[in-house]
Design a protein around this ligand. Structure first.
Ligand code: 5GP
Ligand code: MN
Length: 342
């Protein structure tokens, strides 16, 4: 693995840089992509951000958000297909499995343009030339901070760039409560505050920006689509296509929903199944020391972090997906029983 940090000289003024991140981007995905874009703008590079799916509206305030391209929009897709060969570098942020960029993966995989991965997920795939990869980092935004620091450019962090960074750090630490919240995280945030980042504004923009529909959708989930399976210490939640239609669900609306399951007393883990037109997506969350990433990888073509993972059951509807899940739950009983009294 070539380290990105030692190779600043590779990036020459005027070079075109493509920055991309994962499907259904969260605050860390968008925050890290736009922090890096804003940084590269400042040092004379020419960055563009391409997303495999749409930008959730609660990130539209971030500097540079209006210029991103979305592969799911036909006009943007055409531009992407026509210009994929124009870049000097491709930066892949907040993912390290090429499948996580869905429709964009073929375009990116098939270019010989040198690639850089900046990420904190486990088990990175070997498709890049340079890496800034650290599974101990709580967020990819933290790694962007480290990059700017190591390249001697920390002074270029202004309040707008810092706000993008703060968004990712705040979200991926669950607002500073997950076990990944190290003293390093707090030190970086302290610096961002000193640089003028309005952390309260960022929090409000991301968490206090729900439509009435979304809040009612959450109410529906909690009142009608949540079951506690005490034998498995599992809070199980699901949303059908019908539910999503009823509440006019938009991209990003279900972000954070799965975490509510962990508020059930006794729950060690929570699963949220979401029906999509191409199958069912699963989100897994757990409390220490119970790991969900192996479970996601073994049965649901997924993976992720120890306590926050995702996966999918392709070409399935909700009814079948629930059956598949119920079939594999008993296989977890040993592990559940080992940790339930800790
Ligand atoms: P979410 O439930 O928010 O979609 O995903 C939680 C975490 O699980 C993400 O931060 C990501 O690390 C991981 N994740 C989600 N979907 C997948 C997947 O399909 N494959 C892998 N390897 N990780 C995933
Ligand atoms: Mn992340």
């Amino acid at each position: 693995m070539n380290s990105l940090l030692a190779n600043r000289k590779l990036f020459k003024e005027g070079q075109k840089i493509l920055i991309t991140t994962h499907y259904n981007p969260d605050a860390d995905a968008i925050g890290s992509s736009l922090s890096l874009k804003n940084y590269f703008d400042k040092i004379g590079l020419k960055p563009q951000v391409w997303l495999p799916s749409s930008l959730p509206h609660h990130f539209s305030w971030m500097k540079g958000a209006q210029e991103v391209l979305d592969f799911e929009k036909a006009a943007d897709r055409q531009i992407m297909q026509d210009s994929i060969g124009d870049f000097d570098w491709i930066f892949c942020l907040d993912f390290s499995g090429i499948g996580r960029i869905h429709g964009l993966s073929n375009l990116i995989k098939n270019t010989s343009t040198p690639k850089v991965i900046i990420d904190h997920h486990l088990d990175p795939e070997n498709f890049a030339d340079y890496y800034l990869h650290d599974t101990k980092a709580a967020s990819t935004c933290e790694l962007i901070f480290r990059l700017m620091q190591d390249w001697g450019d920390k002074s270029l962090i202004d309040s707008e760039l810092g706000a993008c960074m703060y968004a990712g750090i705040m979200a991926d630490t669950g607002s500073f409560r997950h076990p990944n919240t190290t003293s390093e995280v707090h030190k970086i945030v302290a610096e961002l505050i000193d640089l003028g980042v309005n952390t309260n504004r960022v929090h409000r923009k991301i968490f206090d920006s729900s439509s009435i529909d979304r809040l009612r959708f959450l109410g529906h989930l909690l009142s009608k689509r949540l079951e506690y399976l005490s034998e498995y210490h599992l809070a199980l939640m699901w949303l059908t296509e019908e539910d999503q239609k009823q509440f006019h669900s938009q991209a990003g609306d279900t972000e954070g929903f799965v975490n509510y399951g962990l508020q059930v007393e006794g729950a060690i883990w929570a699963i949220l199944l979401i029906e999509r037109n191409d199958g069912v997506k699963l989100s897994f969350r757990s409390i220490e020391p119970f790991a969900v990433n192996q479970f996601a990888a073994q049965y649901f073509e997924g993976g992720g972090h120890k306590n926050a993972s995702g996966g999918r059951i392709p070409k399935s509807n909700m009814e079948d997906a629930k059956k598949i899940l119920m079939d594999v739950l008993p296989l977890q009983l040993d592990q559940i029983n080992q940790v339930k009294n800790l």
